[in-house]
Design a protein around this ligand. Structure first.
Ligand code: SAH
Length: 418
């Protein structure tokens, strides 16, 4: 099963695994008191020694959760077409970087690069390079195998990249730990199920005002964690809760805000576009923090480091953090985006080309997973950042000059392939 969208039911798995991460956290909490949920999540997911992504990184069928690119090749192919369609609409610049944040097993990039290869005649005069932002050594190794067959150079000299290689299709690939290390330049950014993995702060409205939810050690039970409320307002409460807030419980992901700001600044300065796809809401949901292990819901405070922790992405917050530097489109539901991108036609072609019943059934099953509103079709969303001039003609002094209409942005409108 895919990671369920928040609110979907499921049995929380009681894991009794007392690992090194729990001992590390318990020591820390006993020594210096409760930590924010964001700090807990950061430790549990990306601690350099024991973090979930660092060690386990369980994307895929044999892991803890499955994602759209792992379900169907069509997903990545349509995203590849989105980038080509935007590249064409923006006047076919002679070079671009494809920058993916949190590439998982590298499957999505692999599917995109296959489309780039199939459309090599269209891209022939364009210099393309791939830049992957990944903190997990374990997943970067898997990405290297998927994309280059394992032929990579670690720690290249004079580079901010920690690894370099050439894709099986001949495109240079570099790996970084931080988006800030990626060289500037015209870039197409991609973040699929990335923002949901970034640490969130949680706040609860009480009779005494807003309080931050913290993680502490339970004094009654050794090495068991529990949620507590901060006794007074914390700096985060003051920063992140808007006076007009009407919800009783709010989650905020400042790191997502910082990264989106960086994307917006880079696009404003050097051009390109960003596509963000994730489950999320538009500033309406409350408690969405949850854990996954072996494809089941998992208690977020139990056996940290052994389960994926995630929270819905607040697209209204991302839009706010763009601060008008770029235009934004969406969020639009995954099933609408993929329909606009021509998924039905692509499915028909694949069905016609597949000889055996098992493959056909697999194609129909994966289509249903991606598109069914009860599965991933409705709760996953697409959101884009685009330069303002991509959507509105910049004001020209000479008003008499006739302006041809700007081509619609595929996915958010029907794809028009010329
Ligand atoms: N996009 C992939 C994987 C999603 S899982 C897919 O859809 O299949 C989240 C990915 O983000 C993993 O690759 C994880 O290692 C990476 N990640 C998590 N936190 C990160 C951070 N702070 N910086 C960079 N990568 C991070």
């Amino acid at each position: 099963a895919a990671r369920l969208c928040s609110g979907a039911g499921g049995r929380a798995e009681a894991a009794g695994e007392d690992g090194a991460m729990l001992r590390h956290l318990a020591r820390k909490l006993r020594a210096s008191g409760p930590v924010t949920v964001a700090e807990y999540m950061r430790e549990a997911l990306t601690n350099p020694g024991q973090g979930y992504y660092t060690r386990r990184g369980g994307v895929g069928e044999s892991g803890d959760f499955i994602t759209s690119p792992e379900i169907s090749q069509v997903f990545g192919e349509l995203i590849g077409i989105w980038y080509i369609s935007e590249w064409m609409a923006m006047g076919k610049p002679n070079t671009f970087q494809l920058v993916e944040l949190g590439p998982g097993r590298g499957t999505l990039t692999e599917d995109i690069l296959r489309v780039f290869k199939q459309l090599a005649s269209v891209l022939s005069k364009c210099d393309v390079s791939v830049h992957l932002v990944e903190v997990s050594p374990k997943l970067s190794e898997i990405q290297a195998v998927t994309l280059t067959g394992g032929k990579v150079q670690p720690n290249p000299e004079d580079e901010l990249a920690y690894m370099k290689g050439i894709s099986k299709t001949g495109i240079p690939i570099s790996w970084y730990r931080d988006i800030q290390d990626v060289p500037p330049g015209y870039s197409f950014y991609l973040a699929h199920e990335f923002f949901d993995a970034l640490p969130i702060h949680k706040f609860q409205r009480t009779e005494k005002g807003w309080r931050e939810v913290l993680v502490d050690i339970d004094p009654q039970v050794p090495d068991q964690l529990r949620f507590v409320l901060s006794p007074s307002r914390t700096p985060a409460t003051q920063h992140f809760i808007q006076p007009e807030e009407t919800r009783d419980h709010v989650e905020v992901c400042p790191e997502a805000g910082v990264i989106v700001q960086r994307l917006a600044s880079r696009i404003e300065k050097d051009g390109g576009a960003a596509l963000v796809a994730d489950y999320g809401h538009d500033g309406t949901k409350t408690d969405t923090f949850r854990g996954f292990r072996n494809h089941r819901l998992h208690d977020v405070l139990s056996a940290p480091g052994t389960a994926d922790l995630t929270a819905d992405v607040d697209f209204s917050y991302l839009r706010k953090m763009v601060q008008g530097k770029t235009a934004t489109l969406g969020p639009i539901k995954q099933r609408e985006f993929l329909k606009n991108m021509g998924i039905d036609l692509r499915l028909q072609v694949l069905l016609q080309n597949s000889g055996d019943t098992a493959t056909r059934e697999q194609l129909l099953h994966s289509y249903d997973m991606l598109m069914n509103p009860e599965k991933m079709g409705d709760c996953f969303n697409f959101f884009a950042l685009l330069p303002h001039h991509r959507l509105v003609h910049p004001d020209k002094k000479d008003k008499s000059e006739s302006k041809s209409p700007l081509p619609p942005v595929a996915g958010f409108n029907e794809l028009l392939l010329k």
